[in-house]
Each structure stands twice: as C-alpha cells, then as structure tokens.
Design a protein around this ligand. Structure first.
Ligand SMILES: Cc1cc2nc3c(=O)[nH]c(=O)nc-3n(C[C@H](O)[C@H](O)[C@H](O)COP(=O)(O)OP(=O)(O)OC[C@H]3O[C@@H](n4cnc5c(N)ncnc54)[C@H](O)[C@@H]3O)c2cc1C
Length: 261
C-alpha cells in the first residue's frame, strides 16, 4: 500500500464483517449510479483470508424455510442461552438474518441445495427446526472467497499485513496509526470527519443504520479516540459511524501532510 494513496473509506478487517460493509457500500453506489467512484480500502493484519470467517465450518443459522419463523429461531436462541441473552439484540440479529443471507447470495456465496431446489438446511443442537445454511463443510471459506472476489472485482483495494494500532481524535478529525507488518513501517493517516450531510456517510450504513449494535470492543475503540458513548450519541460523532465491534469504518481519510503526495 502506498502511504500517499487517498481513499474515501477505510475499513479495518477483511472477514465477513469488514467485507460485507465494503460490499454494501459498493451496492449502494451502484443503486444510486453515482458518477464518482468511492475509493475503499480494507486492511487486514494478516493475509486477507486469514480470518475466523474462513475457518467457520458448520454454516449460518437463518429462518429461511417456509415452515420456520423468526419467532421460533428467537425462542431457540434464548433457550440455548438460558435466557441470559439480550432479548432485543437477539431479536434484531435474527430478524435480519434472512436478508443477510440474500445479500451473501447476491455477492456470490453458494449455499448447498437439495435436488428440488430448496436449501439443504442442517439441524444443529438447540434448534427445533433445520435452519443451518452451509456450503459442504467449508462454509466460511466459501463465504470468504465470494465476498472478497465481489469486492476486488468492483475495484476495492485490500492491504494485507497492515495492523491498526491506534486512533487519535483531534479538533479537526482523526489520526489513525497503521503498522505495515511486512516492511515494519508505521503509517499515519488522517481522517476528515464527513459532516452530517455527507452522502457517503449514510450510504455506508444504509444496512445497519437502524440497528447499531455496540459492544465492548466498540466502546474501547471509541474511548481511545477520546470520545464517549454519550458524545457519540448526542451527535458530535454520529452513532453509526463506527459500529459492531470489528465493523469499524472511518470515512474519508487522506495521507498525512508532508508525505509528498
Ligand atoms: C474454527 C471456527 C469455526 C467456526 N464455525 C462457525 C460456524 O459454523 N457458524 C458461525 O456462524 N460461526 C462460526 N464461527 C465464528 C465465525 O467464524 C465468526 O464469528 C465470524 O467469522 C467473525 O467475523 P468477523 O468479520 O467479525 O471477524 P474475522 O473473520 O475474524 O475478521 C477479523 C478481521 O479483522 C482483522 N483485524 C483484527 N485486528 C486488526 C487490526 N488491529 N488491524 C487490522 N486488521 C485487524 C483481521 O486480520 C481480520 O481480517 C467459527 C469460528 C471458528 C474460529
């Protein structure tokens, strides 16, 4: 990766979270037929396909069968979690699962089907109905391959062996520090806040805009940026800017001054 390249969006992580977000961005742009092509960079601290996603074997649970329902899937999940689960989060994730499956299929993921064309759904412990979509027993590898290919074919760039190590909030934006693990070099990048009216900002989150799910990792990341959850939710940093743990998105970054570009 050239330090001097300019991008509009930086996504940390090349697993299903990061690349899904990248692909949603691409889809949204296509939908709007925007003239200006958004430059998206995904960074991965290892090889692009060295992810948990690529290792996942069993498959993905979603209530896609006509005899199944979101309610049954939610009930099974709550029971399996001894009702210690956050009901709201469980409900939200499960109700979005069938649509997420359709998105994955749209990006080229092939889930196994029976001879009649229906999905070959597996039954897993804790479920009262078969609802595991799979690709043989290498579902994660199939997903990783497809979403990666969709992203790169659309012109997205991936930087391997690049670890995000720090983020610093300043008065006019964010400094993100990346470390190039191959060349042992530190790369500092400045991200300019897009502003509330920025059209890409909403585009990036059009899928999960309504359901930002925050977790500890997200809080830590934001805290290291010198902000707080309150600061984020009251509009100083919009809540859907950095979401869902590893789904970090840092819009519109440019290289630091003085790098010669
Ligand atoms: C062996 C195994 C089997 C599994 N089986 C299943 C299953 O059958 N069904 C199921 O639903 N789930 C399964 N899971 C869980 C599932 O794989 C994960 O929940 C899911 O893949 C997480 O996706 P992700 O994109 O959030 O993270 P990952 O796929 O792990 O991607 C994380 C990305 O972030 C990058 N990254 C991390 N830190 C940094 C940093 N500081 N700087 C730059 N990049 C960074 C990594 O390099 C990587 O690209 C399994 C997991 C494993 C390990």
């Amino acid at each position: 990766m050239s330090v001097c390249n300019k991008y509009d969006v930086l996504i940390l992580g090349s697993g299903i979270a990061g690349l899904s977000l990248a692909n949603y961005l691409i889809d949204k742009q296509r939908l709007k037929s925007e003239n200006r092509k958004l430059k998206v960079l995904v960074v991965s601290k290892g090889e692009v396909n060295e992810t948990n996603t690529a290792w996942a074997q069993g498959g993905v649970a979603a209530a896609v069968d006509t005899n199944d329902s979101i309610e049954r899937h939610v009930n099974d999940t709550l029971a399996a979690g001894s009702y210690a689960n956050d009901t709201d989060v469980t409900q939200k994730i499960i109700s979005q699962a069938p649509e997420a499956i359709r998105d994955l299929i749209g990006w080229g993921v092939q889930f196994d089907k029976k001879s009649n064309g229906d999905f070959d759904l597996g039954l897993e412990g804790g479920h009262d109905h078969p609802r595991i979509l799979h690709h043989q027993d290498i579902t994660g590898a199939a997903i990783q391959h497809a979403i990666q290919e969709y992203f790169t074919k659309a012109g997205g760039e991936i930087s391997n062996h690049t670890a995000a190590i720090d983020i610093l909030k300043t008065a006019d934006g964010f400094w993100v520090t990346l470390f190039d693990l191959s060349r042992h070099k530190t790369i500092r990048i400045f991200l300019r806040p897009p502003g509330h009216g920025h059209r890409w900002y909403r585009s990036a989150f059009y899928k999960n805009y309504q359901y930002p799910i925050f977790n500890r990792r997200w809080y830590l990341f934001v805290a290291s940026a010198g902000s707080s959850h309150k600061g984020i939710s009251d509009g100083s940093i919009p809540p859907n800017r950095i979401v869902c743990g590893r789904k970090f998105i840092l819009p519109h970054f440019r290289s630091p001054q003085g790098c010669g570009c």
